[in-house]
Design a protein around this ligand. Structure first.
Ligand SMILES: [Ca+2]
Length: 449
């Protein structure tokens, strides 16, 4: 499955835990703390889009044990990294060059550390025994969700501290994976709390987040976030960016309902919101709750991406009004009379999601009669073309159902494009200039006579 860099406790998870300090709890390995737990479900979910953002309202209900207020540690880190495991014994690696990132702090980015599977709780990393934060016996499903009890395990490579989030191997399939959070630390937060991760795809770990929570209400009262963190993740060569927020919830008694209302604003594009409830009964164990109905909330932000084509010393601004993520660079091919760019969208598995584009193209760059628009290898048969005399506006839609984030190339071909200044044209220009100059020169000489 393509769900690579997300948070789910029952798929590949992004969660990173690491210690930070030397007070590490010994791994209990399945010894679930005997305690009554709260159980959360969703009573109401509402998503309202507007240009430039979205409002998301969620009402949760605790129908389990009372969650008294206290402290819960959460793992934070710089880079989430996943590796597949195969062979006998099953092995993978952490490669600094792939990221690139100095994992052990020795000043280079060329080290490779072996990861060897021991069991679903244990790995050998660079030869040393390392315990996972998440272990199978501590993932408990209930009617409306799932919770996992995480242990505060970490390890070091050289100067840096990391966490093995999770390790799994399926002998029948001959494959497995291990996920890490590199350069990590633990931080104490109010318990219970709600954590939101806004996730989108990226190109590298230097991509800034493109959307943020600009307003949050708890039960009708505006509250600030307690913590904000940006993390990048790489799995299967796809980068993801997560902008994460933590908000305290106060104590939640049995039967308590609470409503969170978020305003998220940002660049146009396809996003996911992952809400997580964190709680600790004892300050030692972290309980992570995912409620199925709010586990993965895809949303799109509508807005204008301001892009441009630079060609032969001229700049041609191209605005794209869209609800997809648009690549910042627009390619122009004068010979093919074509502009093209990548659009990233999101659709749930088996569910259709429709995206739209309204593109303004300067007529000094590219004109039509007719236009040909393709997405991937598909020609778009229906589109609306209008003009204001200087620009053409092309509006079209496309419905996706491939699941997860998908990148497609959008190509727009016209019938005339501003020509390239070819060497021949340059030569002709030189010849004319030379001829003109010599004519003028001769005329000047003639006049002097
Ligand atoms: Ca290194």
């Amino acid at each position: 499955m393509g769900k690579s860099f997300h948070f789910s406790v029952y798929a590949v998870t992004l969660f990173c835990v690491v210690l930070g300090l030397s007070t590490v709890v010994d791994p209990s390995f399945g010894d679930i703390p005997t305690t009554e737990v709260p159980l959360f479900r969703i009573l109401n979910k509402e998503i309202v889009s507007f240009v430039g953002g979205v409002n998301i309202t969620l009402t949760f209900h605790n129908y389990g044990y009372s969650a008294a207020s206290g402290t819960v540690w959460l793992p934070w880190g710089k880079v989430w990294y996943g590796t597949t495991l195969s062979g006998d014994p099953p092995r993978g690696n952490i490669s600094e060059a792939v990221l690139p990132f100095d994992v052990n702090g020795d000043g280079d980015t060329s080290d490779i550390f072996t990861v060897e599977y021991v069991d679903n709780k244990t790995a050998l990393v660079d030869g040393a025994t390392v315990y996972a934060m998440q272990i199978p016996e501590q993932i408990i499903f209930y009617d409306d969700g799932v919770y996992a009890v995480y242990e505060k395990n970490n390890f070091t490579l050289g100067l840096k501290t990391h966490v093995l989030v999770r390790i799994r191997y399926e002998p029948a399939q001959g494959s497995g994976y291990a996920s890490f959070c590199l350069e990590s630390f633990f931080r104490n937060h109010p318990s219970p709390n709600i954590q939101f991760a806004i996730e989108h795809t990226g190109e590298s770990m230097s991509n800034p987040p493109t959307a943020e929570i600009t307003y949050m209400e708890l039960n009708g009262i505006s509250i600030p976030f307690e913590f904000n963190w940006v993390q990048h993740g790489l799995f299967d060569s796809q980068w993801g960016v997560q902008n994460e927020y933590v908000y305290p919830l106060g104590s939640l008694g049995n039967g308590a309902a609470f409503t969170v209302k978020l305003t998220i604003t940002g660049d146009p594009g396809a996003y996911i919101l992952w809400p997580i409830i964190n709680w600790s009964p004892d300050g030692l164990h972290r309980y992570l709750f995912e409620v199925f109905e709010a586990d993965c909330i895809p949303f799109a932000i509508t807005g204008t991406a301001h892009t441009e084509v630079n060609f032969e010393g001229e700049t041609y601004p191209i605005d794209v009004f869209t609800n997809s993520t648009v690549s910042p660079a627009i390619a122009f091919n004068s010979t093919a009379k074509e502009i093209s760019f990548d659009a990233i969208v999101y659709s749930d598995y088996g569910k259709q999601a429709t995206y739209f584009w309204n593109i303004s193209i300067p007529q000094t760059l590219l004109t039509d009669n007719p236009w040909t628009i393709t997405i991937g290898n598909e020609t778009i048969p229906f589109f609306i073309s209008t003009t204001n005399g200087t620009h053409t506006f092309l509006y079209f839609t496309y419905t996706y159902d491939q699941g997860w984030f998908t990148t497609r190339k959008i190509s727009i071909k016209g019938t005339w494009a501003v020509p390239e200044i070819t060497p021949n044209v340059l030569l002709l220009f030189l010849i004319i200039t030379t001829l003109l100059a010599s004519t003028l020169h001769r005329r000047k000489q003639h006049n002097l006579k």
